[in-house]
Design a protein around this ligand. Structure first.
Ligand code: CA
Length: 226
């Protein structure tokens, strides 16, 4: 894989460069937010490892600007903070996953593998549930005709639920289906993504579609939440 590491701490950047190179990846390193953004825009990477606290532009801003310009390269955010609000800010800015420092290198590798996996090959007809439609070929989601902007992970999560609409999908199945490595996913990551997805999919006057089944998982169906 071609990996872009955006990290200003010299020791951490060296560690990532060495470790990822040893694993056979090609690594580029940027040490400021603006440099990282410029590199990400200039070259094609399979995945970006993005620190939050950076000089110039922080990781949130870098992720936001990338997504705003249509760049969908998977982003793994590195954060020294573990407050839920910061994690949500990162995911909402367009990160696909996050790791709290300090982390084990093996966990980083597993996360990178998981988020860089391509989703299921898009084919066939649109999935339609109520006024929500997902076009796998165009990678587009609409609610009541209005185009929604979803991150890659949000899209994958929604597609997984839509393909099983009306069926309760257990948490573990959902995590495996979307991230691949259930044990590498933080406990509340699924819930954070479902919350973000609900906000976006629920934007409009229509009823909520993603229902929580307590203690089991989630189900997508076209009836109002009770
Ligand atoms: Ca930093």
């Amino acid at each position: 894989m071609r990996v872009l590491v955006v990290e200003d701490e010299r020791r951490m950047a060296d560690l990532l460069r060495t470790g990822l190179t040893e694993e056979g990846h090609s690594v580029a390193v940027a040490s400021t937010g603006p440099d990282g953004l410029a590199l990400a825009e200039a070259e094609d990477f399979d995945v970006i490892v993005l620190d939050v606290l950076l000089p110039g532009l922080d990781g949130y801003d870098v992720a936001r600007r990338l997504r705003r310009t249509g760049n969908q390269t998977p982003v793994l955010m590195l954060t020294a903070r573990d407050a839920t609000a910061d994690i949500v800010t990162g995911l909402d800015a367009g990160a696909d996953d996050y790791l709290v420092k300090p982390f084990a290198f093996d966990v980083l590798l597993a996360r990178l593998r998981a988020i860089s996996r391509r989703g299921p090959v898009a084919q066939g007809v649109c999935l339609v549930i109520g006024d929500l439609s997902l076009d796998p070929a165009a990678h587009q989601v609409r609610r009541a005709g209005e185009l929604l902007t979803l991150t890659r992970t949000e899209y994958n999560l929604l597609e997984f639920l839509m393909r099983r609409a009306g069926t309760v999908v257990p948490r573990r199945t959902l995590i495996e289906g979307v991230w691949g490595h259930e044990r590498e996913i933080e406990d509340n990551t699924l819930d954070v993504f479902v919350r973000l997805l609900r906000q976006k999919v629920g934007a409009g006057d229509g009823p909520g579609l993603i229902h929580t089944v307590r203690g089991v998982g989630y189900v997508l169906r076209a009836e109002p939440e009770r």
